[in-house]
Ligand binder design. Structure first.
Ligand code: SF4
Ligand code: SF4
Length: 379
């Protein structure tokens, strides 16, 4: 038990360093994907009623092909590779794929329903170098909509707590189940009691668009968002979600196809899981021209989009383009642009250093030093 704790701490520090490098890379250059989702298998062992991302028959993509795709993502300068599905734990060579991502200096994360986890599998994921495991739990008891329930998955959470040296994040899709929406609070409390992060996604229709939430679901989302608020909790992201929960549109620039890529099981690049076919170009042929084009393209689905990871990626671009205004928005307790934000001391210190006038010696010195320390090349 003691060595696991020690390794976990060591890996946490090392991971934070690589996350800082990803962050510095993202805010210093718009010319590479920050995150890519890859699908090594479309098959899933469950069949959630709200999901359009699985089948029950397709075979795993061969390992050599998956590693070739990882190479292609490295060629584009991708920072984070998230393996999703279907259910990725069904892939027989999953750990090799994770190893290949880490060997190319990218952050490796995984989204799973957790059903196939065992202590042995967790230790294999440890050895492969996985950085984060996101497990989805939608309700306390399984129902017709989702079998991803706390009752079934709690033993898996206990194993993750005992054996995992990677980060664990529990995600609940709100609006998905017919059961009591306060389940989300119970799941969040259980996740935090085990030292895991907890996030909430909002259920979407088959094009990634908002499905309205009930008043009770809105309240629960609000409560969970308030509990999540810390300096770097992406407070602005909570605002995105709260707008959606109230049926209001968001004003943002979706950079899918450029800063975020979705690579399906056939090796094609799509904007996201819900907009497959756009642009629908093989990853092998994807390059600077396509990244630049999609960086500037306007997606009409953006105002009511619920795809959280693409929102978060876009927030890093806002920070790069308008750092002061973006920080004010993130830190503002009301989220209103006109409200003068009271920034916490750490944010004030970082702003003083990094947001000084471009010509200031302080800023030039610290930027150069930070990028050198993190091993980021300045473009
Ligand atoms: S477990 Fe995930 S991939 Fe499988 S059906 Fe449910 S939501 Fe879809
Ligand atoms: S706005 Fe972007 S992430 Fe959202 S559905 Fe459209 S393409 Fe996908």
């Amino acid at each position: 038990m003691y060595p696991t704790r020690l390794i976990r701490r060591f890996r946490l520090v090392e991971r934070k360093f690589r996350e800082a490098r990803m962050f510095a890379d993202a805010v210093s250059s718009p010319r590479h994907p920050i995150m890519a989702h890859i699908v090594p298998i479309r098959r899933c062992n469950l069949s959630c009623a709200y999901c359009n991302e699985y089948d029950n028959s397709s075979k795993p993509v061969p390992m050599a092909e998956m590693i070739h795709r990882v190479d292609q993502l490295a060629r584009l300068g991708t920072s984070i590779v998230t393996i999703s599905g279907g259910e990725p734990l069904l892939h027989p060579d999953l750990e090799e794929i994770i190893r290949s991502i880490r060997a190319r200096r990218m952050i490796a994360t995984l989204i799973s329903n957790g059903y196939l986890l065992t202590p042995q599998r967790i230790m294999r994921l440890n050895r492969a170098g996985l950085d984060q495991f996101e497990i989805s739990i939608d309700n306390v008891l399984p129902d017709d909509v989702s079998k991803k329930s706390l009752k079934v998955l709690d033993p898996k959470l206990a194993w993750l707590n005992k054996y995992a040296v990677f980060d664990v994040c529990v995600n609940s899709v709100i609006g998905a189940s017919f059961c009591a929406p306060e389940d989300t609070i119970r799941i969040a409390l259980r996740a935090r009691s085990l030292g895991f992060k907890h996030t909430i996604g909002i259920v979407h229709d088959r094009s990634g668009q908002l499905r309205s939430l009930t008043e009770q679901q809105q309240t629960i989302l609000n409560d969970a968002s308030i509990q999540n608020k810390s300096v770097f909790s992406f407070a602005r992201y909570n605002e995105f979600q709260m707008n959606l929960a109230h049926g209001l549109p968001n004003r943002w620039h979706c950079r899918a196809g450029s800063r975020y890529l979705y690579i399906c099981e056939d090796g094609m690049v799509h904007w996201c899981s819900q907009q497959r076919g756009h642009p629908g170009i093989p990853l092998d042929r994807y390059g600077r021209e396509q990244l630049d084009h999609e960086f500037h393209s306007i997606k009409s689905c953006a105002p009511y989009c619920t795809i959280g990871c693409v929102h978060r990626v876009a927030m890093l671009d806002s920070l790069r383009e308008e750092p002061r205004a973006t920080l004010d928005e993130w830190m503002s307790s009301t989220g209103g642009k006109a409200t003068r934000a009271k920034h916490p001391p750490l944010v004030r210190l970082l702003s003083w250093i990094y947001l000084a006038p471009k010509s200031s010696i302080r800023r030039r010195l610290f930027v150069r030093l930070t990028l050198r320390l993190l091993g980021v090349s300045q473009s």
